[in-house]
Design a protein around this ligand. Structure first.
Ligand code: MF3
Ligand code: CO
Ligand code: CO
Length: 254
């Protein structure tokens, strides 16, 4: 599979879908409170996407049944929404991928439930910095591998580890396209970036060991092997003539 260079029409479509995915995460903010079940958040997200003319890409994807992935505390990613009630002090990631007019937008972020520990805050801050450092490497002519190189450097400097079992990915025309975007990579490795490429950067950073284990009952939920916290942020990125645009960054955080 080759990396798809998107034309203007496709870019416009991916931009619109990405915006809606980001708006879905923003909409959920008001509901993140102690006592809400993750399955209820999933329902609210699906309702919002549907109301705005989109479909959740995850529903029916490889047998996955939900509109979002919701990953609290030691869940690294692919947390299956269920009857778990968020509690005061939890941190939780929600990941949404929209299909709008056939185009895909993919984003995730962390939320704090009530007041969280300084330890959790620091992990989330560094993880967000990892995403932003990765984005700084996004310009034409740079090697894709430099994204993972700077992410790993930054995480390790803070005593954290980078998950290598799950990666970023090309996105836009399909849910998962080439290239695979590793969050640990060698300097100046991988293909050269070109305008019109769209892919995600979605580092998962663990407070403890990098390894994950997938829940045997639901077949999806990936947890840290040591039970320590994990954090993740994700944007859909467009490579432009001069650098990049984060199509899911509607708050202008970057
Ligand atoms: N949205 C996730 C990603 O960032 C993928 C979820 S796939 C699912 O790539 F099937 F688990 F939903
Ligand atoms: Co993704
Ligand atoms: Co995602």
């Amino acid at each position: 599979m080759a990396i798809i260079i998107k034309n203007q029409e496709q870019i416009d479509g991916i931009r619109a879908s990405s915006r809606l995915a980001a708006e879905t995460l923003k909409y959920l903010e008001q509901f993140i409170k102690p006592g809400i079940k993750t399955i209820e958040l999933d329902r609210l997200a699906e309702e919002f996407m549907t109301k705005h003319g989109a479909k959740p890409a995850t529903k029916g994807y490889k047998g996955y049944k939900h509109a979002t992935c919701i990953s609290p505390n030691d869940v690294v990613c692919h947390g299956v929404p269920n009857d778990y009630e968020l509690k005061f002090g939890d941190v939780v990631n929600v990941d949404v991928t929209t299909i709008l007019n056939g185009y895909f937008g993919d984003t995730c972020r962390m939320y704090e439930v009530g007041e969280v520990s300084p330890y959790a805050k620091e992990l989330m801050k560094v993880t967000n910095e990892c995403l932003h450092l990765g984005m700084k490497e996004c310009y034409p002519g740079n090697h894709l591998g430099n994204i993972g190189y700077v992410i790993n450097e930054h995480a390790v400097k803070h005593g954290y580890s980078v998950v290598f079992e799950f990666c970023g990915h090309g996105v836009g025309i399909r849910f998962h396209e080439d290239p695979q975007v590793d969050h640990v990579a060698k300097k100046n490795s991988g293909p050269l970036l070109r305008p019109g490429m769209t892919f995600t950067i979605e580092p998962m950073i663990n407070a403890g060991k990098a390894r994950c284990k997938v829940d045997r009952k639901d077949g999806w939920t990936a947890r840290t092997i040591d039970g320590k916290l994990s954090a993740q942020y994700e944007h859909t990125i467009l490579i432009t003539e001069t650098g990049c645009e984060a199509l899911t960054d509607i708050n202008g955080d970057y």
